[in-house]
Design a protein around this ligand. Structure first.
Ligand code: SF4
Length: 225
């Protein structure tokens, strides 16, 4: 079925917010609780079985009562080794942005659910220290897990961390037109943030860093709402 076109309409209450039509409404709830689903996810070996990765070690962290959900690209090598989500250099920067928005370290895993487009470390690009982007095949294998997490959690606010998550859930438009704004879709708020990896040059631009500051402010507003 072809994806519905996204329609962007300014919301009346905030010039920084947009509304998007959706093609993913009406999704049926999984027949298990979120903790049971998380146990199923942690036992998943689909990508290892298919030969995409040498070792599946899925990460999913979060309380069923969390109302904020982070969706990133995939666990980092640090996350893979330590078995803790968003604890590499990029993850620590993301956590710092949350603290700037008023969250505490204790909120991660309690108020803030941690997820990603794929839940296993994809490995490095050949001959590079950069992480490999999960392939379309890996994304497709993992997507049902993420969809079930969202259906069970029903987060009020989804923070899309990096281009892959933003393109998957929001728009393929340039980041400079998205970061710093809030988008309403399926009765929840989507906040796009750039990836904080040192491999990304987007934040080298002063104008883009100003957009990030606006994005953190949108997160502060969502926390206070
Ligand atoms: S990335 Fe997702 S689908 Fe692939 S093995 Fe890990 S949990 Fe399973």
């Amino acid at each position: 079925m072809p994806a519905a076109r996204q329609r962007l309409t300014p919301l009346p209450h905030s010039s920084a917010s947009l509304q998007i039509s959706s093609d993913r409404q009406g999704q049926a709830l999984p027949a298990v609780s979120l903790p049971v689903l998380q146990t199923q996810i942690r036992a998943c070996t689909r990508c290892e079985d298919a030969g995409h990765i040498p070792e599946a070690r899925p990460l999913t962290t979060g309380d069923p009562d969390a109302r904020f959900m982070v969706i990133g690209q995939a666990p980092s090598r640090t996350a893979h080794v330590t078995n803790t989500f968003y604890r590499g250099p990029a993850g620590e920067r993301l956590r710092a942005w949350f603290v700037m928005a008023g969250f505490t370290e204790a909120d991660f895993g309690t108020r803030v659910y941690l997820a990603a487009i794929t839940k296993c470390f994809p490995g490095r690009l050949p001959g590079s220290s950069k992480d490999r982007l999960p392939s379309k095949a890996e994304q497709a294998l993992c997507r049902p897990w993420l969809d079930q997490e969202i259906a069970l959690l029903q987060p009020r606010v989804v923070i899309l961390f990096g281009s892959l998550a933003i393109q998957t859930f929001l728009s393929k438009d340039p980041l400079s037109g998205l970061v710093g704004r809030a988008f309403e879709k399926d009765d929840r708020l989507y906040l796009p943030l750039p990836h904080s990896s040192g491999a990304s040059t987007w934040l080298n631009d002063a104008g883009n860093r100003a957009l990030l500051a606006q994005g953190i402010e949108r997160l502060r507003e969502a926390r206070a709402a």
